[in-house]
Design a binder for this molecule. Structure first.
Ligand SMILES: C[S@@+](CC[C@H](N)C(=O)[O-])C[C@H]1O[C@@H](n2cnc3c(N)ncnc32)[C@H](O)[C@@H]1O
Length: 333
């Protein structure tokens, strides 16, 4: 999915705000903070207390992970926005928002300022989020509020709730409480998780709860019926390209200027919605004179379609189509 110019500007603003974060911190120390963080995130989650405990933790998180979570959420929101043309959130609440990646992604998707509330239990993450957001004029009206996700969570009525890379840190009852609270408070809910089989399972669980609460799925699915993937055989996920910072290269090695963040998501809404007729659910395979597209269709079913040179304009469109795009392109529907 290609980002529009305005969202590239926001991505660049975020990148330069993040670049300043580690100024003055010796490169070795920054890399060590990231390595400690990665080890903690690989440990047993959910936890009883925040993993992001101090400024070094959150600076490492923000510098290392925030560009990727931002791009994943931005990609999910772009697909959602395509399904609700003309709609824009009047306000936004980001739950487990940490340093604010989803607040940045919403501002990259819908122009203008809106009241934003970021909730998280890690005070150092909120503090750093506030600091970074000073570089983004669209985030001037943001409240950074300490709050614990659990059965006592209350969310004020809002147009849009985002929950990005959070469900994997919660117990099953807390996940359910969070999704139910979001469904009770928001007109639209967007949930993003790592693009793993477990992440997919959590997205499907949340999707089922939202549909039971009366929401319709806007993206990625072309329908709100059950997912056609047989559990355990595959998982629905997508990919967002992220420019790598020098810190990334230092920690992970290699010289590629980018990496691909795999993510899964669901965007569900109570506003009138026109989901994609079908969505490309794997990287298209381009062969000589033909493009193979794996698509999820309205029926619902998964199908491989082959578009050849003989299809003319449709073939040219297929060559420009990416994993995660709707199919066929809007002009051909
Ligand atoms: C992996 S980070 C994701 C942060 C941000 N949403 C993003 O996409 O970059 C998970 C966040 O969830 C927060 N979190 C985890 N469990 C929580 C809980 N029980 N209550 C509130 N926040 C929680 C963490 O403090 C952390 O900021």
């Amino acid at each position: 999915m290609n980002a529009p110019a305005s969202s590239l500007v926001t991505a660049e603003t975020l990148r330069s705000a993040l670049a300043g974060l580690l100024d003055g911190l010796p490169a070795r120390q920054a890399a060590q903070a990231v390595e400690r963080l990665i080890a903690n995130y690989r440990g047993a989650t959910p936890t009883e207390a925040p993993i992001l405990r101090d400024r070094a933790d959150v600076a490492a998180y923000a510098a290392y992970r925030m560009p990727a979570t931002f791009e994943a959420v931005r990609s999910a929101l772009e697909a959602f926005a395509d399904a609700v043309p003309g709609w824009a959130p009047g306000d936004h609440t980001d739950i487990g928002g940490g340093t604010g990646a989803a607040a940045w992604a919403v501002s990259a998707t819908w122009a203008g300022e809106r009241p934003v509330t970021v909730l998280d239990w890690a005070e150092p993450a909120l503090a750093l989020g506030r600091e970074l957001a000073a570089a983004n004029p669209a985030l001037r009206q943001t409240r950074w509020h300490r709050s614990r996700i659990g059965s006592a969570l209350t969310i004020e009525s809002t147009d849009l709730v985002t929950v990005s890379y959070v469900l994997n840190e919660l117990t099953a009852p807390d996940r359910a409480a969070l999704v139910d609270a979001a469904a009770g408070a928001a007109r639209s809910v967007v949930i993003v998780e790592p693009g793993t089989p477990d992440g997919y399972a959590r997205v499907i669980e949340a999707r089922d709860r939202l549909v039971s609460a009366g929401f319709r799925v806007a993206a990625p699915c072309p329908h709100s019926a059950a997912c056609p993937i047989v559990p355990g055989t595959d998982w629905c996920h997508f990919s967002a390209r992220v420019s790598r910072s020098s810190l990334h290269r230092q920690v992970k090695g290699g010289s590629l200027p980018y990496e691909d963040e795999k993510f899964g998501y669901v965007a569900a809404t109570r506003v009138p919605v026109a989901p994609a007729p079908a969505r490309v659910v794997r990287r298209p395979q381009i062969r000589k004179g033909q493009v193979l597209l794996d698509v999820c269709e309205k029926d619902p079913s998964l199908r491989r379609t082959t578009v050849t040179k003989r299809h003319g304009d449709l073939y040219r469109a297929a060559r420009d189509t990416d994993w995660g795009d709707s199919w066929p392109p809007a002009d051909d529907v």
